[in-house]
Design a binder for this molecule. Sequence first.
Ligand SMILES: Nc1nc2c(ncn2[C@@H]2O[C@H](COP(=O)(O)OP(=O)(O)OP(=O)(O)O)[C@@H](O)[C@H]2O)c(=O)[nH]1
Ligand SMILES: [Mg+2]
Length: 470
Amino acid sequence: MRIQDLTDLTGAGTRLFDQLGDAAGRMLEGEIRLGVTGLRRAGKTVFVTALVDNLLKAGRLPFLDVMASGRFRAARLKPQPDADVPRFEYERHLEALTGPAPDWPQPTRGISQLRLAIRYRPGSALRRAVQTASTLNLVVVDYPGEWLLDLPLLRLSFAQWSTMTLDMARHPPRAPLSADWLAWADSIDPAAPAEEEDARRGAALYTAYLHACRRIEPGLSLIQPGRFVEPGDMKNAPLLTFCPLPGDRRGRHSLWALMEERYDAYKTSVVRRFFTEHFARLDRQVVLIDVLGALNAGPIGLADMKRALQLSLEPFRHGSSGWLDWLLGTRIDRVLFAATKADHIAASQHGNLKTLLDGFVAEARSHIRFEGAAVETMALASLKCTDTVITEHEGRQLRCVRGIPVGRDRPTVLFPGDIPPGHEVFPPGRERPYSFLSFKPPAGAGADGRGLPHVRLDQALQFLLGDYLE
Ligand SMILES: Nc1nc2c(ncn2[C@@H]2O[C@H](COP(=O)(O)OP(=O)(O)OP(=O)(O)O)[C@@H](O)[C@H]2O)c(=O)[nH]1
Ligand SMILES: [Mg+2]
């Protein structure tokens, strides 16, 4: 037997042992990995912070059964499950939200995770006879929303991705932003011998174009590859030195071949790793969607966001025909789609927001087949920054919100506008974007020690974790 074979066997043995240990731990204690997914600025970091805060403080969670029935004992932060993944900085995010000058957390730059142990009394007499108290370990992961859009690359060849990307870049709203990169792409010969300098120039121009897509107002969602704008620990890595190219000229040592090679390497060592180490291990998934932000982006921004969302949700499709099943087969059995920042509008509008979200997801559902997985939708706010107040205007009652809009210092009452019932938000003739304002975190949020105030976070938790806590 070769040394290599022995190493393989030892490796396999260790993995088996780890897996058994893992499984035994799960049986005794119970573990659930919750994926918090969403495009950039969807509200992931605030969601995780509010979730952890409310569980740690056993606070504002009346619709979480284990809490309502008095079976909840306590939740504690635990050491990290994976030594090589940084810890989610719950304390720092909470401090930002609740400090003397409350502010939102910065956009996320890399992956992080947190493990929380929830101690509770089992609900059934039978389980209580065996165990008076049980523990559920909840693992939550946070990452930059930009990285989500890397996942659809897994099923695209370099030629397919190049065609799609070039086509988008040549049309509005991207055409004015892509001029420099396109001028370069149209001037080079992809079949010419590969020169490192050409690859670097193309990648730099392409990256500048992606940054411009992110910068314009309203921002565009479909930005690929995600690591080009949020490189995390890959800043200046040679692996990021490629870009889409026109044509299909595969001369062995051509620029095209070099770019294709790097694109494939990016998929294997960055995207597939991210998928297998994070997404493939999830049990439950919450997909956060900034529906109100999409309305603010107008018809073009909304369409771009819907397309980005559809593409990024493809890898979660279930069933035998899912294109990633061969790779691993996901085990997610519950998916919650949540429209975030519901506190931007009056509570009376939440029903319409949910209907709108249902429309968003219905479209995605035709692409993703959640066979066997339970799906729920709701409108929520991880941190409630406003109150709904009723005012009179020209003899009419208006439901308004009161909070501190970003850029102001005092609480203001304003009418944010209504969300039309149904799915038609930009009917023919209406091109004008909506203008829902953003709010600052409220002063003194959670100062009563009961956790951050929210809207329906407890209902979200009940759907996502409730059965594990029975
Ligand atoms: N009013 C209100 N605003 C929110 C809420 N959650 C998020 N926001 C707003 O949305 C912004 C983005 O929230 P984050 O949680 O940082 O979003 P993210 O998905 O982690 O974003 P990336 O890290 O860039 O991917 C915040 O800065 C707030 O302006 C909420 O519950 N209520
Ligand atoms: Mg974040």
